[in-house]
Design a protein around this ligand. Structure first.
Ligand SMILES: *Cc1c(COP(=O)(O)O)cnc(C)c1O
Length: 432
């Protein structure tokens, strides 16, 4: 197998120009490829499991616009529904019947959600849920885990995983200490550390927020009993448990990680998939807690474009597609084939790797493993990952440009896509 991508001149020209116009040439940091080296490709169009760059090269895509493209990019039914909605206008700033439809679908799907509020991004959902945790418990402190990402709001930019870790920024300048001083952190999968924090901060902790399966420090799964343990500890201490399912919602299972693991939090944040590729976030949970949100209650939170008809339409259609029988079985099967194949190729070519998948979410570390926490993940050979990433890109395989990001498949990925990927991986890993 030879390099299939040889000419990327247009991408280079556009990215060079972008660097004069926008910080780092991008609208979101990880896109700039800083941690893997080389130049990002500039996309022209996406369809199914594939993307095309501005030079006309085709790639198999394992980023899926960071998760939302679970039905494959530009699914014809999603696009058709969007066209129909578009003709009626792009934003109402007033109630719209489509909000009821998506709200009902989310409530039916996600065990913890009895009421939901739509916002415009995962970041917004997490900001709002934090305010709600504090408003409901009348406590200020919150526990998050090292390597978990909950958007870029000040209070969460403490040991926040991928984007931040990738750039080697321990904390972002501009975040006041006074804001993060009430953010307590513990290592992922470490119940004893959480118990100690509760003991040291008795009656001061509003709650615990986490990615129930981590995707922002690479792919890390909860150890047996970890989620259950958090449920117990929070209940014993009058604190709330919040699952940030912006990534895992409708991905790990239709009802998210909480369905998969059978642990029901008090509140949940969503995003990514529920917007079907348009900007959306949501938070929801127990009715008594959600009733505190304005205008039903006193906790203020608002949004000009929230619940807009285009985003609602893409979300509704995407969830409808996911409801078809066999969706999650297929995602699981195709992704298992991918990750088992990658791990086998790596071992046969003499590399220490570990990794895994649940449904259509996967990850592989250049690390002997096992990886239970962000500290474990950080032992990975990121320089080697960078070379692997570049080699795969040159062979037409688009992977997330960081060792600390999960990968995603879609129902549009075929056996043929997987085989092409494994052939490329064999080629690249033989010469790493
Ligand atoms: C992506 C992500 C966010 C932030 O969502 P944005 O839409 O990028 O603001 C928050 N939490 C988790 C777990 C995420 O994966």
């Amino acid at each position: 197998m030879v390099n299939t991508i040889t000419k990327t001149t247009k991408s280079q020209e556009i990215f060079a120009a972008a660097q004069n116009l926008m910080p780092g040439g991008v609208s979101s940091p990880v896109r700039a490829f800083k941690s893997v080296g080389g130049q990002p490709i500039v996309f022209d169009r996406v369809k199914g499991a594939h993307i095309w760059d501005v030079d006309g090269n085709q790639y198999v895509d394992y980023v899926g616009t960071w998760g939302p493209a679970i039905c494959g990019h530009a699914h014809p039914e999603v696009i058709a529904a969007l066209h129909e909605t578009l003709d009626k206008g792009t934003s109402f700033g007033a109630p719209c019947a489509l909000e009821n439809v998506l709200a009902q679908m989310v409530i039916d799907a996600v065990p913890s959600i009895e009421m939901v509020r739509f916002v415009n991004s995962g970041t917004e959902a997490c900001m709002a849920v934090l305010r709600l945790m504090r408003a409901f418990t009348k406590r200020d402190k919150v526990i998050k885990f090292e390597g978990c990402y909950h958007g870029h709001a000040d209070m969460f930019l403490v040991k926040a995983g991928s984007g931040v870790a990738t750039l080697g920024l321990p904390d972002s300048p501009g975040v006041p200490k006074s804001v993060t001083s009430s953010t307590l952190t513990a290592p992922y999968n470490d119940l004893e550390a959480v118990k100690a924090l509760f003991a040291e901060n008795r009656d001061e902790i509003a709650g615990v927020i986490l990615e129930p399966v981590v995707g922002n420090a690479g792919f890390i799964t909860p150890d047996a009993g970890f989620l259950e343990g958090l449920r117990e500890i929070t209940q014993e201490n009058g604190a709330l448990l919040v699952f940030d399912e912006v990534m895992t919602g409708f991905r790990i299972a239709y009802g998210g990680a909480q369905e998969k693991f059978g642990v029901t939090p008090d509140l949940t944040t969503l995003g990514k998939i529920i917007g079907g590729g348009l900007p959306v976030g949501a938070y929801g949970g127990r009715r008594d807690i959600m009733s505190m949100v304005a205008p039903a209650g006193p906790m203020y939170q608002a949004g000009t474009l929230s619940g807009n008809p285009l985003a609602m339409t893409a979300g509704i259609k995407t969830l409808e597609l996911l409801q078809k029988p066999g969706t999650y079985e297929y995602l699981d099967q195709i992704t298992k084939k991918l990750i088992d194949g990658l791990l086998q190729v790596a071992r046969e070519t003499g590399h220490q790797v570990c990794g895994g998948q649940i449904s259509g979410m996967f990850g592989m570390f250049f690390n002997a493993g096992p990886v239970h926490s962000y500290d474990d993940a950080k032992n990975s050979d990121t320089a080697k990952f960078g070379r692997y990433h570049r080699g795969m890109l040159e062979r037409g395989i688009y992977l997330a440009p960081s060792q600390f990001e999960a990968g995603f498949t879609s129902i549009a990925h075929t056996e043929e896509d997987i085989e092409k990927t494994l052939a490329a991986a064999r080629d690249v890993m033989s010469s790493l």
